[in-house]
Design a protein around this ligand. Structure first.
Ligand SMILES: Cc1ncc(C[n+]2csc(CCOP(=O)(O)OP(=O)(O)O)c2C)c(N)n1
Ligand SMILES: [Mg+2]
Length: 462
């Protein structure tokens, strides 16, 4: 059935409104589902599924479905569970074709489509649901290409919403709904983040030293802050009214330099001089030599203290600027962090927004084994901070959290950003060994190729 719908659809063809039969919905649901797996399951770092999924086999899809099923089972009704299990291959314990989840996603998708069209004053007409693409047919799973979910991308693009919104992963009926970022903006920020990752790696590779893992895990947050959020300008880096940024985990300077280069503060060509004896781009940020750097950091724990002081200064001077900072999850094992936490809450520094890069790893491995700081959220709450937990690689969540921080009065905000150390480079992800070591030539070239591929998929220039 799915195949016949697949065959009946052509790239560039128009799906008419009366084709919104359950079958078509199920088909679109299938497309959506593939993307769901890519954006949701893979993101959650089930690397085994990730690797297999890249092979784009039906088995993997089934496996991923089984994983989703296990995750959502407690929320399903008995009837839904029965529908799911009817579709299962009893021997392999994996589901067959359409299952309840697909049906659910398809339904949510249609609801979302209706909602966004109503919001934008559009009717669900052939033009709204027209399929897009260049090469004449809807692409399937072959060649590891982006598959049928192309339709989803096309719709998201046309409607200027994110794919997550259409998938029902974000925004439903919440007050954050209105904050939803458009597809175009997410694409731009994703491309900037990939560029920041590339530049950070270029620096570390050229220097033969540095910290790639924690640099890659904060690239999305930096992209959001520098390319979207902060009131800063390369033309006037010392503007007294600018927002401030302090990289408390200063060893991740390569990512900060990448962000500054992406935002035009420093020339991109300078990345290759990272850590050279005569370069202004040292292994840790130096406020005296690098335009756009507000605080010299690297000794863990000190940056957040300085950021708190800047926030208090802003209050005393009756300035509107906001102060942003990023801490590491290993960094918060430093006692000084908790003095700063107490200080910022005591002085009700609601102009201070900190991110905690919760990648689970520090220099020697698992943070829980070195000196377990968990539960981190409860600790900051106890210190009287407003705490929000998000996915560090999801721009909608970053934006929603920053917006929430801006309207939170009387308290500083800690955004606990669950991240993947080494994010964006397959062989670095989740590996403590990439905390502070440089890639060799072959590894560097592979990493850049992977990031270039990501940029290509996003439609950017590599
Ligand atoms: C006061 C101090 N002690 C030790 C170090 C050495 N050091 C550099 S990075 C690091 C681990 C930090 O872990 P985390 O904050 O989790 O960093 P990330 O995972 O984000 O790279 C350590 C111990 C330091 N820079 N400062
Ligand atoms: Mg860490």
């Amino acid at each position: 059935m799915f195949n016949s719908v697949l065959k009946s659809l052509k790239i560039g063809q128009t799906i008419s409104a009366n084709q919104y039969s359950p079958l078509t919905l199920a088909y679109i649901g299938d497309c959506v589902f593939e993307l769901y797996i890519r954006t949701y399951i893979i993101k959650d770092a089930d690397t085994q599924v990730d690797k297999l999924h890249k092979k784009a086999t039906g088995y993997v899809k089934a496996q991923a479905q089984a994983n989703i099923f296990r995750e959502i089972e407690p929320e399903l009704t008995d009837e839904e569970i029965a529908v799911y299990k009817r579709g299962r291959n009893a021997k392999s314990h994996t589901p067959k074709n359409a299952n309840m989840m697909e049906y659910k996603v398809a339904t949510v998708f249609y609801d979302r489509l209706k909602k966004i069209c109503a919001k934008k004053g559009l009717k669900i007409t052939p033009t709204v649901v027209e399929c897009g693409g260049a090469n004449g047919s809807v692409r399937g799973w072959k060649n590891g290409a982006w598959p049928n979910s192309k339709i989803l991308f096309e719709l998201a693009k046309r409607l200027d919403v994110s794919t997550d919104y259409l998938l029902g992963l974000r925004g439903e009926d919440s007050e954050r709904d209105g904050l939803h970022m458009g597809w175009q903006k997410i694409k731009e920020l994703s491309i900037s983040a990939a560029n920041i990752r590339k530049m950070a790696l270029e620096g570390v590779y050229s220097a033969g030293a540095g910290h790639p893992g924690g640099s890659l895990s904060i690239a999305d947050i930096l992209s959001y802050l520098y390319m979207q959020e902060m009131n800063v300008s390369a033309d006037n880096p010392k503007n007294p009214d600018r927002d401030r940024f302090v990289l408390s985990k200063g060893h991740c300077a390569p990512a900060l330099y990448g962000a500054l280069a992406e935002a035009g503060f420093i020339p991109k060509e300078d990345m290759k001089n990272l850590r050279s004896i005569d370069s202004y781009l040292q292994g840790h940020p130096d406020m005296k030599t690098v335009p756009g750097i507000d605080m010299s950091t690297g000794s863990l724990g000190q940056g957040i203290s300085a950021a708190s002081g800047m926030a208090l200064a802003g209050k005393l001077d009756k300035k509107d600027y906001r102060v942003y900072s990023i801490l590491g999850d290993g960094e918060i094992e430093e006692g000084q962090v908790w003095e700063a936490a107490m200080f910022a809450a005591h002085y009700k520094l609601d102009n201070l927004t900190a991110f905690l890069d919760f990648n689970g790893l520090q220099i020697d491995g698992d943070i829980a084994e070195v000196m377990n700081p968990c539960p981190i959220d409860k600790k900051f709450e106890a210190f009287n901070w407003h705490v929000i937990t998000i996915d560090a690689h999801d721009f909608n969540q970053i934006e929603a959290a920053v917006s929430e921080a801006k309207v939170t009065k009387g308290k500083p905000t800690m955004i606990i950003a669950k991240s993947v150390k080494g994010k964006g480079v397959s062989f670095m992800e989740g590996q403590a060994s990439w905390h502070g070591s440089a890639p060799n030539k072959e590894q560097y070239e592979q990493a850049i190729a992977e990031l270039d591929e990501q940029i290509k998929v996003l439609g950017g220039a590599q």
